[in-house]
Design a protein around this ligand. Structure first.
Ligand SMILES: [Zn+2]
Length: 260
């Protein structure tokens, strides 16, 4: 039963991922969110089969059925990532034999919202190097409310948001706006509201670890040089989700190492 429900939640995640792709691209191009999806190259309205997340892409061999233009790589990646993360969220929370208890439902809803916003913001930063207010502000509000409903003390939510924003705003002031943008501070606030002061700051520090590892790998592979600017939101999002899903386990492992 738990397995079957996780599969259903994964399918929901793939559908949400598909919507996040559309939202990221259309907001950037200032188009409305309504209307059927079209091929970017030839303008043909997509058929039902082509709209199926991931499988539509694989089925078509990554190209438009009519004009053979390449479908952007991030379409199946976002869909697959959202499906996996939705499944992970449900699998890690729904451990009680009776799934339908309020604490579990609220935790799952909070996690699915967090995955959706964090994947969306990682994507807009990766594609366009921007974190639009129209995504970050709702992220702060929605994640703050859901974190509090799922049991985080409201004061911790508030202080977490302030600490997350302050971490980036201080750097912004020190560097006169050269190191970080406003978007990073708003994303920091959303992550702080979600994870609280302790978890939020842990996630931000972990993001620097992820970023450093990625930079070393890219330098070694000659895919980047010392002046390449890496978008930071993907690392922040990955770190926030790591703390959200594995925070207590990581903390115990860390304490175990220290106590030896
Ligand atoms: Zn086409």
């Amino acid at each position: 039963m738990r397995f079957l429900l996780t599969l259903l939640v994964a399918l929901l995640g793939a559908g949400v991922g598909s919507f996040l792709n559309v939202a990221a691209v259309r907001l950037h191009e200032r188009r409305s969110l309504g209307g059927r999806s079209k091929c970017d190259a030839c303008g043909r309205t997509l058929g039902a089969l082509e709209l199926v997340p991931v499988f539509g892409y694989v089925f078509l061999g990554g190209r438009c059925h009519a004009c053979h233009a390449r479908i952007p790589w991030f379409h199946p990646v976002t869909e697959a990532a959202a499906a996996l993360l939705f499944a992970l969220a449900f699998w890690t929370r729904a451990t009680h034999p009776l799934f339908v208890t309020w604490p579990i439902i609220l935790a799952v809803v909070r996690d699915l919202a967090a995955v959706s916003f964090l994947v969306l913001l990682a994507l807009t930063d990766l594609l366009y190097g921007e974190l639009p207010d129209r995504f970050t502000w709702p992220a702060i509000g929605v994640l703050a409310i859901l974190a509090a409903l799922a049991g985080r003390p409201p004061l911790d939510v508030l202080l977490g948001a302030v600490a997350g924003a302050a971490f980036f705003l201080i750097q912004r002031v020190l560097s006169r706006g050269a190191w970080v943008g406003d978007g990073d501070a708003f994303l920091g606030a959303a992550i702080g509201a979600l994870l609280g002061v302790c978890g939020g700051l842990t996630a931000i520090l972990l993001a620097y670890v992820y970023g450093a590892v990625a930079a070393v790998v890219l330098l070694a592979a000659h895919k980047a040089n010392r002046k390449t600017a890496l978008p930071f939101a993907p690392f922040l999002s990955a770190a926030a989700l790591t703390v959200l899903f594995f925070g207590p386990a990581l903390w115990n492992a860390y304490l175990g190492l220290m106590m030896r």
